[in-house]
Design a protein around this ligand. Structure first.
Ligand SMILES: O=C1O[C@H](COP(=O)(O)O)[C@@H](O)[C@H](O)[C@H]1O
Length: 232
């Protein structure tokens, strides 16, 4: 496993550079394979990058977009990663992209899982570009430390798994670790000195640490060189 760091002087600079890179990768995938697949994270970090990306010159109708993970809430809920993506990325030219939602009408993600798995079959794997965030507890996607479903989600042969975060709100659905690490291009998008320190801690060579932080488990198994996009 190797990590390539890109550091920026401001959030605007990070958002523009990351969006520019993703747009170029999407166009390259379209040129090579006819379509491109993109999996995006939610949370507080990506909105600015989404706005920059939607302004990029990409053949959006050839792009298939899904989420890295979703909170099990209606898609117009304030905490919905789909709502964040629709409001900030799937606008203007990018509205032509094909979006695959990660929620359905089932009462729980466990009950809805088979339907979401089937729906995601339109996404070609390995996913071309996959953008990870990281929480303050070292979770990435919705692979949470100490979640009862964590080991299953890290070993599953399925695309998605249902997860119950021990502390964070809402049950979740997440791409499984094997789905994530097979992606052609894995990007980690984080901001703040706390997250930089946390990621450096998670990457230390101690077995207890490797097992503690899901971000480490993922980055240890990524097939390509993962790239970190960071600003203070
Ligand atoms: O709950 C989630 O958290 C992580 C990190 O979010 P952030 O607000 O700290 O940027 C995010 O990557 C994930 O998609 C989301 O569901």
């Amino acid at each position: 496993m190797s990590l390539q760091w890109h550091e920026f002087a401001s959030k605007d600079e990070l958002d523009l550079n990351l969006a520019h890179y993703i747009a170029a990768q999407l166009q390259q995938a379209i040129a090579e394979r006819g379509t491109a697949s993109l999996a995006v994270s939610g949370g507080r970090t990506p909105a600015g990058m989404f706005k920059a990306l939607r302004a990029s010159d990409v053949e959006w109708s050839k792009v298939y977009i899904t989420l890295v993970d979703e909170r099990w809430v209606p898609n117009d809920h304030a905490d919905s990663n789909e709502r964040l993506t629709r409001e900030n990325l799937l606008q203007d030219g990018a509205a032509a992209a094909n979006f695959i939602s990660m929620v359905n009408d089932a009462a729980t993600p466990h009950a809805g899982l088979a339907g979401i798995e089937a729906r995601l079959s339109v996404i070609k794997t390995p996913i071309d570009i996959l953008i990870l965030g990281m929480g303050d507890d070292g979770h990435t996607a919705s692979l949470f430390p100490n979640a009862v479903e964590l080991e299953q989600a890290c070993a599953s042969t399925q695309l998605v798994a249902a997860v119950t975060p021990p502390v964070a709100p809402h049950q979740r659905i997440t791409l499984t670790l094997p789905t994530i690490v097979q992606a052609r291009n894995v990007l980690v998008h984080i901001t703040g000195t706390g997250k930089k320190e946390l990621l450096n801690t998670a990457m230390q060579e101690q077995k207890a640490i490797t097992e503690l932080y899901p971000i480490r488990r993922v980055l240890d198994q990524v097939k390509s060189t993962a790239q970190v996009y960071w600003t203070a």
